[in-house]
Write a protein that binds this ligand. Sequence first.
Ligand SMILES: Nc1ncnc2c1ncn2[C@@H]1O[C@H](COP(=O)(O)OP(=O)(O)O)[C@@H](O)[C@H]1O
Ligand SMILES: [Mg+2]
Length: 265
Amino acid sequence: MQPQSAAVADYLDHLAAAGFQGSPRYLGRDGAGRDVLTYLDGDVAADPPEPWVTDKGLLISVAELLRELHEASAGYAAARGFQAPQGSAWMQWPLPTDVDISLVPEPPAPELISHNDITPQNVVVRDGRAVALVDFDLAGPTSRLLEVWVTAKYWVPLRDPRDVWPTWGEVDQASRLRVFVDAYGLSTSERETLVEVGAEEAVRAWWRMRGAAEHLGGGWARMWSAGSGEAITRRRAWIERHADDLTRAMQSRPVKWCKSRSRSR
Ligand SMILES: Nc1ncnc2c1ncn2[C@@H]1O[C@H](COP(=O)(O)OP(=O)(O)O)[C@@H](O)[C@H]1O
Ligand SMILES: [Mg+2]
């Protein structure tokens, strides 16, 4: 049980009622005070993720599952707003004590409550397709665009190539991002602002990870000592260097093919 348990349970109940098949059901609390959830059968990636996680069909299915999640989630905030139910709170990111708040960009205006942590280790895969999500601990307010970026950040992945897992070999990050946003169904105007959302996310992530290491310790502190902050700094520089390439990759249309096809009709 965690401070956010009751809020997460309420959100999981909503997803179940909305007919979303891709999340565990909340079954209540056991005698030892632990949250109990239904078991979802399938495969989950290890950390670092194995080469099978790079499969293009899997990438597409993650984007489609995210779209379904967003459609199922929209009604939750519409009915209840963005405040967690009484006595509970969504995961809060404590900032470091020495933070200069003017350097931390505000997150985009919240549009919905969603998962917020769709890493390869939190996606259940069956027959090569993403079928469900686990680990709703970080659920809370976000925007669709921000979660598209954050999910693609793990699955494309959107990071400095030096930080891509060696077992993944060469990955064409721009074309995988294109595949991902096509499968999600991102609009033309959303494609224009996605990279900017991602650049700001990197700045925010650096402060949040540092704050979590300082105030929450445990795994957060271990990740920070292992260099998560430096990797975020490299990611931010990589995004800035490739912002135009990434945006162009999402916008280019196979124009010639379309024209010759329409002429032959
Ligand atoms: N409802 C579930 N059904 C099946 N396996 C699960 C479920 N929840 C978690 N797991 C498994 O346990 C692992 C760790 O759980 P998770 O909730 O992701 O915790 P952590 O905070 O450690 O990432 C997951 O990667 C997955 O393999
Ligand atoms: Mg997890």
